[in-house]
Design a protein around this ligand. Structure first.
Ligand SMILES: [Fe+2]
Length: 227
């Protein structure tokens, strides 16, 4: 993480993030007690063409602010929490959760995309982030609510790794987005439970005067990775 404590805002952010994780913690614990065969495995989906070909200098879990920049990225701030579980429902320790998504103008942090849209690109949006889980398997990102771009409904790309091993590549969608039923990748997930598992609420936080949102995405791997 990049020296997050320099700006007073950051301190507030970290404190409120901890509160948000705590307020979303309850549903997580209910998962563990279920029978493993009741768990819906998160479906794998295409990586797509825009996994960053050059990682940003800052790869922390706050995509709104790059390093100590004073200007934040544009978009609807979203506190994205979740948990990585193995096939049996146990939390996965030391899982590397990576996310990437286009900025509010629909531009990805990949030269094949940003190279053509330099004038549109939001240079203050980090576009990619990483979080390493602890024993609870939980992860947290501060990012923006994803936006549509030509041909795709809003989505956030996810990749889960352990060490160098890639365990899952998938995408997360916004519940009730009118673009979902027309999206060929969303529609490629045929199992209704799996589709529901990757399509979550991005609800506005009542306590936020800035209209911030929160989303929670539990990731169930099809495997139990070795420690
Ligand atoms: Fe995409």
């Amino acid at each position: 993480m990049s020296s997050p404590l320099h700006i007073p805002d950051r301190r507030l952010f970290i404190a409120s993030a901890a509160g948000i994780i705590a307020s979303h913690a309850l549903p997580f614990w209910t998962v563990k007690g279920r029978m493993a065969d009741e768990l819906t495995k998160t479906p794998a989906q295409t990586e797509g063409p825009f996994y960053p070909n050059k990682l940003p200098l800052d790869t922390d879990n706050d995509l709104i602010v790059i390093n100590d920049n004073l200007t934040p990225g544009v978009g609807e701030i979203t506190h994205l929490t979740g948990k990585v579980l193995d096939a049996k429902g146990n939390p996965v320790n030391n899982a590397v959760v990576e996310i990437w998504q286009c900025d509010a103008k629909g531009v990805y942090l990949h030269t094949d995309d940003s190279g053509k849209k330099k004038d549109k690109q939001d240079k203050n949006f980090q576009g990619f982030g990483r979080f390493v889980t602890g024993k609870s398997g939980e992860y947290y990102f501060r990012t923006i609510k994803p936006v549509p771009y030509p041909g795709r409904t809003p989505h956030i790309h996810f990749k889960i790794k352990k060490g160098r091993k890639e365990l899952l590549t998938t995408q997360l969608y916004v519940k009730d987005d009118p673009g979902n039923p027309k999206d060929f990748i969303w529609n490629g997930v045929k199992d209704a439970k799996q589709k529901a598992a990757i399509t979550v609420d991005f609800a506005k936080l009542k306590e936020s005067k800035l209209g911030e949102r929160a989303a929670n995405f539990v990731i169930v791997l099809g495997v139990t990775p070795a420690e």
